[in-house]
Design a protein around this ligand. Sequence first.
Ligand code: ZN
Length: 165
Amino acid sequence: MNELEDLYREVILDHYRSPRNRGELPVPPAHRVEGYNPLCGDEVILYIDVSDGALKDIRIGGQGCSISQSSASLMSAAVKGLDVEKVRQLEHSFKTMMSIYESGPDEGDGKAPDQEPVLVDPESLGELAALQGVIKFPVRIKCATLAWNALMQGLDEIEFDHHDD
Ligand code: ZN
């Protein structure tokens, strides 16, 4: 398991040091949305370009801890070019992975008793799986999910604007 943890740590550090899709997009046509995590002071600013039901492009600004910024970078690499439907599925898988132990009691053994573990196929998450180590540090889970929450908010705002039925 240590080798895997080392690999995951490398992936996170790589995305923190060399964040993907960093920058801005012209608004409009892109949509701008911000996320803020007061627990840690993390800030994520997303520029998302959605057309024909797909997330054509995404750029990221903001600043914060290594978890929040690497998670935003990992997310951008994972969702760019996907259909919005797929983006939502990925978000669900990611949140499922991150929240397995979120509501568990603080017993410190890393296990969530009583709770049926929801299995997420790591293959479906690709590099995003690197963040699963964060669940050992419950206070950091909000750092890891910050960018995803902002992305979902942005997608909801776009859909609300368009009134497609
Ligand atoms: Zn943070």
